[in-house]
Write a protein that binds this ligand. Sequence first.
Ligand SMILES: *[C@@H]1O[C@H](CO)[C@@H](O)[C@H](O)[C@H]1NC(C)=O
Ligand SMILES: *[C@@H]1O[C@H](CO)[C@@H](O)[C@H](O)[C@H]1NC(C)=O
Ligand SMILES: *[C@@H]1O[C@H](CO)[C@@H](O)[C@H](O)[C@H]1NC(C)=O
Ligand SMILES: *[C@@H]1O[C@H](CO)[C@@H](O)[C@H](O)[C@H]1NC(C)=O
Ligand SMILES: *[C@@H]1O[C@H](CO)[C@@H](O)[C@H](O)[C@H]1NC(C)=O
Length: 306
Amino acid sequence: MLFVLCLVTIASLVGLSSQRPGVLDEISMLEATNSTLLRYPTDFTQNIVPKAIHSHNDYWRDVPLLTALSFGVASVEADVWLVGETLYVGHEMAALTTDRTFDSLYIQPLLSIIAGQNPKSQFTVNQSSINGVFDTSSTTPLQLLVDMKTDGPSTLPFVLSALQPLRERGYLTTCASNGTCTLGPLVVVGTGNTPLAGIQALSPRDVFFDAPLIALNSTFDITLSPIASTDYEVAVGWSGIGNINGTQLAAIQKYVADAHALGIRARFWDTPGWPIHARNNVWQTLIDNGADWLNADDLEAAATMF
Ligand SMILES: *[C@@H]1O[C@H](CO)[C@@H](O)[C@H](O)[C@H]1NC(C)=O
Ligand SMILES: *[C@@H]1O[C@H](CO)[C@@H](O)[C@H](O)[C@H]1NC(C)=O
Ligand SMILES: *[C@@H]1O[C@H](CO)[C@@H](O)[C@H](O)[C@H]1NC(C)=O
Ligand SMILES: *[C@@H]1O[C@H](CO)[C@@H](O)[C@H](O)[C@H]1NC(C)=O
Ligand SMILES: *[C@@H]1O[C@H](CO)[C@@H](O)[C@H](O)[C@H]1NC(C)=O
């Protein structure tokens, strides 16, 4: 405010008052100054509104994690391979490099982003809650799906230990054995070869299990599975071209209802990617019928569905 007044005063002193700058001129002038008045600590995700989109194979993007966040995507997926004692990220063994690890692509960036959203200052001394990655919605967690590609029971302990720096700082959503859950900036969910028994045995639990959407039963609740997923092709199969038929529509509605009855969110993966209008028809039909996560490869396109 003071700064704006200053600019206006300088402008009038040098005789510009007869040609008073317009609001857009004044914005440009301020931006050119790089003034500290224009910055705030948690502006990393300024203006980005979170959306219920799951970034399928997130590590394939130009910049893993950050590209997804830039579109407001609230769920990302990393395929992890245990080789020796290290978790590498990639779609297949041939795609792995020594640099691209679960730690370097996900754990370290998340530590740094979440720390940045939680500056320690005179203004935050009394704050006990921890802000999530989205500045516009600090209580919205980011879901991290960890798709274990190597043997589940051997990989799980390494995933648990890789998460330790996030756990120590209280960044992980955790459920105590009495069923009381504490929401944190992250919800970590094991999928792929993740062993159900290994996740059930965690107490407290801060890695959850991606439940089978077409085979839900009373074993699953939100303290075990915040999400349930299925292959769309197998469960529904409508191509998105022509009208969806009664059987296909009923399948979507049944699986969504099964999940919601347990408080679990439903995701259909392997939805058609092309033609574009067919892809969008399927996405729209899933949204209209209560599917909670849109599984997407093209994040920019998915973001336009909300
Ligand atoms: C603007 O200020 C920030 C923080 O003080 C600094 O890191 C950055 O280099 C500055 N940018 C320019 C263009 O001066
Ligand atoms: C933090 O709490 C103390 C003790 O109640 C209080 O004096 C102080 O003003 C509070 N600070 C902020 C930034 O709310
Ligand atoms: C459940 O367990 C947690 C952690 O041990 C504890 O903080 C909480 O008070 C318990 N809640 C109930 C309802 O027993
Ligand atoms: C529920 O499904 C899980 C996973 O398929 C299975 O292990 C469990 O035995 C089933 N429980 C019941 C009660 O059917
Ligand atoms: C809907 O289409 C599927 C796949 O072509 C087919 O198996 C099913 O019988 C159809 N249902 C109705 C009611 O036409």
